[in-house]
Design a protein around this ligand. Structure first.
Ligand code: G3I
Length: 335
């Protein structure tokens, strides 16, 4: 054990002694950059499509025939994962965003929406079989105040369960499990890292689901964080909040970790590294945390670099140089 740790030269190796996986969100076109492919294939044990397994790219045409689906990109990701002895995670089956235009513009009835979503979940889960080890079945179904988000799957027009609260979410988990009982099934959301109204609402739903044997295995904390997290109160809140979810018997995956910061100045980047180290230490103290996954590899490719977001959020800079954050994560994994 000690020897393997001393010899650890990658995040993947350092995490392995805790039976912890380290993942990243992949965009297959970036694999044409040799540095990207090299880091992807050596530093991580899990990957997840940043976009390629969402509804719009994977189910671009109407209907539920083989020709309605496009599995080319996801299958490339799967092939890369298999070639590098990595596991693939699925993201995401039910989400208000990136729904194919044919669904958004179809003026479908709730009965038709029910058939579309059921068919989608069934086809996607059957396509991947055992090759995808975990799925975000439902993503971002709650508002910040803990109410349910109004979405095409819930109530605009919804799948016929618009007046029944979290029933449509439950239905999606049941369909997923019926289609393929092998992957672990997750509810995934942002802004649920700390104690608060939104995490209370998600916790209540999952407590209810667990008590009624709805097939849900885990909670995904996206963790798009920033310096707002960096005070003792919030870090304690993160730890307590993770504990109350794991007390339900749920697996925890950190699914989309990144940390946008205001600039790339050395002091800022140093503080970022320290906060990354604190987060990984908290994750390691909860044995229910089985995956720490980053939302990309380099700052240059990150979604944080678009629009008004603060950037510089990941472990490698735009020139593929390891940042202090990389060293801090490595040290926290190895400690
Ligand atoms: O693929 C199309 C391309 O065909 C088209 O020409 C181009 C024109 O804009 O758009 C391309 O699609 C973009 C896609 O990323 C792939 O690059 C979409 O416009 C763009 O909206 C999409 O952004 C993604 C975003 O989810 C969508 O909401 C980001 O890359 C992705 O990082 C982000 O990831 C989400 C998670 O899934 C859920 N949690 C939050 C996280 C960050 O927003």
């Amino acid at each position: 054990m000690l020897l393997s740790l001393l010899l650890a030269t990658t995040l993947r190796q350092a995490a392995a002694r805790d039976h912890l996986d380290v993942g990243f969100a992949i965009t297959p076109s970036f694999l044409s950059e040799p540095e990207y492919a090299q880091i992807a294939g050596t530093e991580f044990s899990v990957l997840e499509a940043e976009n390629a397994t969402k509804f719009e790219p994977i189910h671009p045409r109407p209907g539920n025939q083989p020709g309605s689906y496009d599995f080319a990109e996801p299958d490339k990701i799967l092939a890369f994962a298999e070639a590098h002895h990595m596991k693939m995670r699925g993201h995401t089956l039910v989400w208000h965003s990136q729904i194919a235009p044919w669904v958004r513009r179809g003026n479908y009835t709730p009965e038709q929406m029910n058939e579309i979503l059921h068919g989608h979940i069934d086809a996607v889960l059957k396509h991947f079989g055992r090759k995808v080890f975990a799925w975000d079945v439902v993503n971002e179904a709650f508002e910040d105040n803990g109410s349910l988000r109004s979405t095409p799957w819930f109530n605009r027009p919804g799948i016929g369960l618009a007046d029944q609260g979290t029933k449509y979410i439950e239905q999606a988990f049941r369909w997923a499990h019926e289609a393929n009982p092998s992957p672990k099934l997750f509810y995934n959301d942002y802004g649920i890292e700390l104690l608060g109204k939104k995490s209370d609402a998600v916790l209540a739903m999952l407590r209810d689901f667990r008590s009624r044997h709805v097939p849900v295995d885990g909670i995904g904390f996206q963790m798009h964080v920033g310096f707002w997290l960096d005070n003792p109160g919030n870090l304690a809140s993160l730890e307590q909040n993770m504990k109350r979810f794991s007390d339900l018997g749920l697996i925890i995956h950190v699914t989309e970790l990144d940390m946008g910061v205001p600039n790339g100045d050395p002091d800022t980047i140093k503080r970022q590294a320290e906060l990354y180290g604190k987060i990984v230490a908290i994750c390691r103290r909860n044995p229910a945390v089985k995956l720490i996954q980053f939302w990309g590899i380099t700052d240059g490719h990150s979604w944080l670099n678009r629009g008004a977001n603060s950037g510089h959020g990941l472990l490698w800079d735009e020139n593929y140089q390891r940042k202090p954050a990389y060293q801090a994560v490595m040290a926290a994994l190895a400690r």
